[in-house]
Design a protein around this ligand. Sequence first.
Ligand SMILES: Cc1cc2nc3c(=O)[nH]c(=O)nc-3n(C[C@H](O)[C@H](O)[C@H](O)COP(=O)(O)OP(=O)(O)OC[C@H]3O[C@@H](n4cnc5c(N)ncnc54)[C@H](O)[C@@H]3O)c2cc1C
Length: 189
Amino acid sequence: MQLFGLRGCYAGVAPIENGLFNIACSVPKDRIERFKDVEAVFEEMVGENHGLADLMRGSKRVSPWLASPLPRFSVHSNWPERVIPIGNAAAALEPIGGEGMGLALRSAELAAEMLSTESDLRLMQQKLQRDFIELWRWRRLLWRSVAMMVSRPILCELAVDVMNVTNVGERLVALAKGKDVINESASLQ
Ligand SMILES: Cc1cc2nc3c(=O)[nH]c(=O)nc-3n(C[C@H](O)[C@H](O)[C@H](O)COP(=O)(O)OP(=O)(O)OC[C@H]3O[C@@H](n4cnc5c(N)ncnc54)[C@H](O)[C@@H]3O)c2cc1C
């Protein structure tokens, strides 16, 4: 997937099949509100990055734009009967945490383990809700705070400087993500 930095936002372009590619962008709401038209917003964004403009030259949109606010919610306790939500269906946090995929996989793993050990469906839901609350716990609050911080250029530059000078910051971020730094050259996404 290619990622393109744009003014205050970014776009990812991923090839799929038959010469088609998928484009996904994270766009501030005031920009959408200004145009009230996603196509017009995208045209403006394409003009902000030569690489993206080169890629889009001669291309044709083949399906409608789909737009939605980024979902953010914690683990609910009102799961429908006989349903076990996993991943973003169970909870959603700030994408900047870069942990949505990991949490989706881990919650699926926990659900699979529970299915093989617990036969009472109601009990299974209760135990999984508890495990999921533990899994997502304070990451939601943490990454919302980090997102707010890094969207302020001065604070972001300061954080990058601290990360560059010492690997303590890197270790703290890794631990906050529920990981450990495996070796000195391990990099963070
Ligand atoms: C802008 C952005 C950037 C992100 N960056 C990162 C990142 O860098 N690293 C990271 O780890 N995570 C990132 N995430 C989060 C990550 O993409 C999600 O948390 C993760 O994909 C959730 O996986 P999932 O399987 O729960 O849901 P999804 O990946 O959303 O899968 C759900 C699927 O179900 C399909 N579906 C929905 N309804 C129906 C229906 N009724 N019938 C059939 N199919 C249906 C959907 O089309 C979709 O394909 C980002 C998210 C966003 C929005």
